[in-house]
Write a protein that binds this ligand. Structure first.
Ligand SMILES: Nc1ncnc2c1ncn2[C@@H]1O[C@H](COP(=O)(O)OP(=O)(O)OP(=O)(O)O)[C@@H](O)[C@H]1O
Ligand SMILES: [Mg+2]
Length: 311
């Protein structure tokens, strides 16, 4: 499938297996343009379903409508291809599956190669400060009128998977049942900070470091949301690696945005704690025992703080 797109956009693959027709082509592929410039091809086959398609279209819309005016660095969008995979289309034509035809294609975004991401363990205090400043600038852009985006944490707070939550947390998290019962208060604390245009998947794996500049990748879930989504998530993702986001992140953010420090801190506490409690358990499977222990430790610390500050 990827071969169709490579041909269409005049690209050569830097990934030896990417050209194979047997691969679905989903994901990100290092490529070269006809001029030999390194780039990344981000491919979303329609077969991944409507949510994946909406995410790809949201990212495309971001690069077209928002990125040109956004006050932080993003890769340039070099090209776009809506493609149909000839082999999948042919097999769809011969099948009785009515949806097969629509699933035979996809959307591909060609992005300038921005550099490399940096392991969170080697992030310097200055980089965290830069992240705080850049997020403040992003959160100050005007909100677009219509821009649907998913909000997995709100979904998890509204309809929590209670058996999974209880099974994972009961043994180590102080007052798990009280936290489950405090979902409305947690959501209320988070909502105290006015909505802004957020990145939505802000962690160091989506940030290229170029000298002292950050280049923000992966805009699939951007749009109107809670500022604390972007401020808490880097910490959530850094915790299993044994890294705590320094306070310089929030200090820099507050230097560039006029917000009440106490409400922001409580909103951040609620956002990070809720993410661990209601969203994190299924991700434990992708972490080491040590990483899981660090998350348990961090969540326990935040839970204790939550009850000390709200009861
Ligand atoms: N334009 C780019 N320049 C440099 N590196 C890139 C670029 N686009 C993607 N990458 C690299 O590929 C990785 C995956 O890209 P991206 O996050 O956009 O895709 P994704 O499918 O949403 O991945 P994931 O689900 O892992 O977040 C990035 O973390 C980064 O290392
Ligand atoms: Mg990513």
């Amino acid at each position: 499938m990827i071969a169709t797109v490579l041909k269409r956009l005049g690209l050569t693959s830097d990934d030896p297996v990417a050209g194979l027709e047997s691969r679905s082509g989903a994901g990100i592929h290092p490529v070269r343009t006809a001029a030999g410039t390194p780039a990344f091809l981000k491919v979303t086959p329609a077969a991944l379903g409507p949510e994946a398609r909406a995410a790809a279209e949201r990212e495309l819309r971001f690069y077209r409508e928002i990125a040109p005016a956004v006050p932080l660095r993003t890769p340039r969008l070099l090209d776009v291809a809506e493609y149909v995979d000839a082999r999948a289309a042919a097999s769809a034509a011969g099948s009785n599956d009515e949806g097969a035809d629509e699933r035979a294609g996809g959307l591909a975004l060609l992005l300038e190669a921005a550099g490399t991401t940096r392991d969170v363990r080697s992030w310097t205090p200055d980089l965290w400060t830069t992240l705080g400043r850049d997020l403040a600038a992003l959160h100050d852009i005007p909100l677009p009128a219509t821009w649907p985006r998913p909000d997995a944490l709100t979904d998890a707070l509204t309809e929590p998977d209670l058996p999974t939550t209880e099974r994972f947390w009961a043994a180590t998290l102080p007052r798990t049942a009280d936290l489950i019962a405090a979902r409305d208060s947690l959501a209320e604390a988070m909502a105290a900070v006015p909505p802004a245009f957020v990145h939505g998947d802000c962690h160091t794996g989506n940030l290229v470091v170029a000298g002292d500049t950050l280049i923000f990748l992966d805009w699939q879930v951007c749009g109107p949301g809670r500022p604390t989504t972007d401020l808490a998530f880097p910490a959530v993702r850094a915790t299993p690696a044994g890294v705590a986001a320094p306070t310089g992140l929030i200090d820099a953010y507050l230097r560039h945005r006029r917000l009440d420090r106490a409400s922001l801190n409580l909103a951040l506490l609620a956002e990070e704690l809720s993410t661990y409690v209601f969203q994190w358990p299924p991700f434990a499977a992708y972490n080491t025992r040590k990483g899981i222990d660090r998350v348990r430790h961090r969540a326990a610390h935040l839970a204790t703080r939550w009850f000390a500050e709200t009861c």
